[in-house]
Design a protein around this ligand. Structure first.
Ligand SMILES: Cc1cc2nc3c(=O)[nH]c(=O)nc-3n(C[C@H](O)[C@H](O)[C@H](O)COP(=O)(O)OP(=O)(O)OC[C@H]3O[C@@H](n4cnc5c(N)ncnc54)[C@H](O)[C@@H]3O)c2cc1C
Length: 617
């Protein structure tokens, strides 16, 4: 029997919850249904991720520099760090609505860190000129999820969890989305839902890569659903990648690098020198290692990307790589060594900011002593998870996927290019370019989550649907995704993940990407066979589809920008950024022969005297 609703929200993270609540709050008469994989509140990134200090980026009344135009500085930061390949008006929407998004969460009881005078404590994150990052601690995202779940529970919003949205159903004449085919993760049964408007809030696609810090359910379904429905996607080649602990998924940023550990491979080689230009002085090299602490994601504009390249290259030749805090790196702090070999900024950080005596071995004699002096909770956190640095354990690291900057192309009302389909959160694209300021992803989910909810609600109030989709239509749509003599789902998932990590991670070349695209094309022509676990088979289909889109976009962009580093075969120096040709974004959509693309001009910044769009109602 067809389940009927006005607004269908797909996902259970911060963006989905905010969207569902906003749709209901706009018009309580509307019937809002939220469908999510797994148990609501236990899946996706918002509910599960943590880091040493998770950031929510917002311009508040108390944020410097203040004044009525404070939001402009925030919008400028988003656009600038985005490398001029995002839509400038979407950056304005994010910045102008940030204060309201923060205030809403504050009213729901998110326990923001405050200064003794009661004002919100904010710090500077990657890519920001000013301190805008609000936080609660390591679990900011989880606190946001819990606050939204509490609000959701107060409202008559229906929830269907342990259910995967397998395919969007469309009116064949107009392409308008009119519902979805669902697959129960408990029974494998196909169900059908009719909806006047649909919001995608399915998060990113970390599971497309073998090494990632995403939970298992982030298989990029939303990108694949939108692509198959004919929507445009943008900026898919820009994926945040950073050095992370393989065992714990902890991003090894900040103090983990500033403590200046040894980077060592499983042959006990300190390999960094091999990747530095000949003649690099130790002080310069360790200055770069130190700088990695404040530039965690790979970025073309940060010289510290050489460390990601080195770790990636070591792993590509079959070596495992570790951070070792038990001994000092070669030529650093060795007995009798001249501390003047340390770059000045490192010396200043330790002696002035952290008040550490570099002549006192107890405070600075080893990387562990330094890490304990500047961030002892990280040592405890790792020990609780079985990595005891005091015992001499090492942290095995690799470049891991953390965030998809691009996604389903949206405009200012969170609308996609398919009628009746909206997108918000990490699945959406265009609001961020090649990079994003730290903390802006959580903000994005709240700002565009609300906008998507309200836009979908307005659309649903006036939409007419030609015909309600039925069970047969849903079953046909699901069957069409699988091939009876195709490859097993687990095999496809593994093959895609390994191929993507090899050719589309830190080190991307024309030849490697060409072969990757061929390999993915071969897998696609075999197809995925139906599995006892139907949802797992459909996830493998989606992983393959998203891989094809990302690999295509990465192939097309033959320059370096943001986290997208392109190399000539054999070279370890990225091909330079080329603004003349490439201050543009790659837009993809479904063509008859597979992914089609065009290279387009983004929406450029408007002159300061032109009224900027605000979505505050
Ligand atoms: C370790 C880590 C640290 C981070 N730190 C920060 C930070 O400090 N600041 C910041 O701003 N950002 C940070 N990010 C990024 C940010 O947390 C995410 O971008 C954001 O939480 C994504 O929210 P979302 O609602 O879009 O998706 P998610 O929270 O991932 O939710 C997606 C939901 O969709 C569901 N779903 C997926 N497919 C389907 C389907 N087919 N059918 C039904 N349901 C489906 C999933 O089960 C899940 O519930 C971090 C990310 C990671 C991994």
């Amino acid at each position: 029997m067809t389940i009927v609703c006005d607004v269908l929200v797909i996902g259970g993270g911060g963006a989905a919850l905010r969207a569902a609540i906003a749709a209901h709050e706009l018009d309580p008469q509307l019937d809002v249904l939220l469908v999510t994989k797994g148990i609501l509140g236990q899946g996706g990134v918002t509910a599960t991720a943590c880091s040493d200090r998770m950031a929510f980026h917002a311009t508040l009344d108390t944020t410097d520099p203040g004044g009525p135009d404070a939001w402009r500085y925030h919008a400028d930061d988003i656009y600038r760090i985005g490398g001029q390949v995002s839509d400038a008006d979407l950056a304005v929407v994010l910045a102008r609505n940030a204060g309201e998004a923060f205030a809403y969460l504050d009213r729901l009881g998110v326990p923001w860190a405050r200064r003794p005078d009661g004002t919100v404590d904010q710090f500077v994150t990657d890519g920001s000129a000013y301190a805008r990052a609000c936080y609660t601690g390591p679990y900011t995202a989880n606190h946001i999820e819990q606050a939204l779940l509490r609000r959701l529970a107060e409202l008559p919003i229906r929830v269907l969890d342990k259910t995967m949205v397998a395919e969007l159903l469309q009116d064949p004449s107009r392409g308008q989305v009119v519902g979805a085919a669902l697959v129960s993760q408990s029974t494998g049964q196909v169900e059908v839902v009719a909806a006047k408007a649909v919001i995608l809030a399915t998060g990113g696609a970390g599971q497309v890569f073998a090494v990632n810090v995403f939970p298992e359910d982030c298989t990029g379904d939303g990108y694949a659903l939108a692509y198959r429905a004919g929507a445009e996607l943008v900026n898919l080649e820009f994926i945040q990648i950073g050095l992370s602990s393989l065992a714990t998924k902890l991003a090894c940023s900040g103090s983990m690098m500033r403590a200046l550990p040894r980077l060592v491979n499983d042959q006990e080689e300190e390999f960094l020198f091999c990747y530095m230009p000949p003649g690099t002085a130790p002080a310069t090299m360790y200055g770069i290692l130190f700088a990695k602490g404040s530039s965690w994601p790979v970025s073309y504009r940060e010289p510290s990307h050489i460390i990601d390249i080195a770790v990636d290259a070591e792993r590509a030749r079959g070596r495992r790589v570790f951070l070792d805090y038990s001994r000092n790196p070669l030529m650093l702090f060795e007995p009798g060594a001249d501390l003047g070999t340390l770059a000045e900024q490192v010396r200043r950080f330790y002696t002035q900011t952290e008040k550490i005596d570099l002549n006192d071995p107890a405070q600075s004699g080893t990387p562990l002593a330094r890490l304990l002096a500047i961030n002892w909770p990280s040592v405890e956190w790792l020990a609780e998870r079985g990595i005891d640095l005091r015992r001499g354990d090492r942290v095995e690291i690799a470049p891991a996927i953390q965030h998809f900057q691009g996604g389903v192309k949206i405009r200012t009302q969170a609308e996609t290019t398919v009628p009746g389909l909206y997108a918000a959160g990490e699945v959406a694209g265009g609001q961020h370019g090649a990079n994003r300021p730290g903390g802006n992803a959580l903000l994005d989910g709240q700002v565009f989550g609300r906008i998507a909810g309200e836009s979908a609600a307005r659309y649903a109030k006036r939409a007419t649907i030609g015909g309600v989709p039925d069970q047969e239509q849903a079953e046909r749509a699901v069957r069409a995704l699988l091939v009876s003599d195709g490859l097993p789902a687990a095999e496809v998932r593994r093959a895609v993940q390994e191929a993507m990590t090899r050719a589309c991670g830190v080190y991307r070349t024309e030849e490697g990407l060409r072969r990757l695209n061929e390999k993915l094309g071969e897998l696609e022509s075999c197809g995925v066979r139906p599995d006892e676990d139907l949802a797992a088979a459909l996830e493998a289909v989606n992983i393959l589809t998203v891989a094809r889109l990302v690999a295509r976009a990465a192939y097309v962009r033959d320059e370096s920008r943001g986290p997208h580093l392109r190399f000539h075969q054999g070279s370890r120096v990225p091909i330079p950024r080329d603004d003349e040709r490439w201050n543009r974004y790659v837009v993809l959509w479904r063509g008859r022969e597979g992914p089609q693309w065009s290279i387009r001009e983004p929406v450029r910044p408007m002159p300061p005297d032109v009224a900027a769009p605000s979505c505050i109602l």
